[in-house]
Design a protein around this ligand. Sequence first.
Ligand SMILES: Nc1nc2c(ncn2[C@@H]2O[C@H](COP(=O)(O)OP(=O)(O)OP(=O)(O)O)[C@@H](O)[C@H]2O)c(=O)[nH]1
Ligand SMILES: [Mg+2]
Length: 220
Amino acid sequence: MSEKKEIDIMESVYDKNDKAASQINLSFTRNGIFAVNVMGAPGAGKTSVLIQVIRRLKNVASYVIEGDIEADFDTKLLKSMGVKAVQINTGGACHLDSPLIGKAAEELSLKNGVLFIENIGNLVCPAEFQIGEHVKMLISTVTEGSDKPYKYPLAFEKADIIILNKCDLLPYLVFNEDFFMKGVRALNKTAPVIKVSCKTEDGFEEVVEWIRNKQKLQKE
Ligand SMILES: Nc1nc2c(ncn2[C@@H]2O[C@H](COP(=O)(O)OP(=O)(O)OP(=O)(O)O)[C@@H](O)[C@H]2O)c(=O)[nH]1
Ligand SMILES: [Mg+2]
């Protein structure tokens, strides 16, 4: 009996969140905003990847909502580069949800551009919650090991694009790329997997081209 009650509560939590997410998504679309939910483990390089991407998204207004449990280092860094960014601190919650995004979005006065939402560093919960995004970008890294698609399937299954970051470190690691790709493709047949390095700056032209194309499709 108590088990059934627990499932009902979770269903209503997801339902409420998803309804709010649909409203937020509609409002983003109406304002010409293409929203990217950036997910990945702590330290995967989410902020580093955003910096590389935003630098290359010339002639496009970029906005960032930064999610962290505590602290605002990433927001300060982005603001120091001239990026319009706002911080959300969840104070303990392991993912962002729609009400949090609704409030943060109001602070940014969003209009015509790309909004990156850096989710809490966590390879599990962010994948379960829609937050009004048009696409989900997963940052995976070679330092995490090639078995991650097998162990954390939902994030890989739901991703629209998978960035494999820190490839400059490949010579120093044991990372089985074939095994990684087999795991990814068992879950997700379509998402491009793009190898990048924020250190050498390789791979980002392809990421930016993908974002530009998706943004164009959303506008049509
Ligand atoms: N060698 C190497 N280091 C990287 C690369 N990308 C990021 N890093 C380093 O990884 C660390 C974490 O990078 P962040 O961009 O802060 O990662 P994050 O995912 O935003 O971290 P949280 O917001 O704390 O979850 C930093 O020390 C970066 O300099 C890369 O491609 N190669
Ligand atoms: Mg970060």
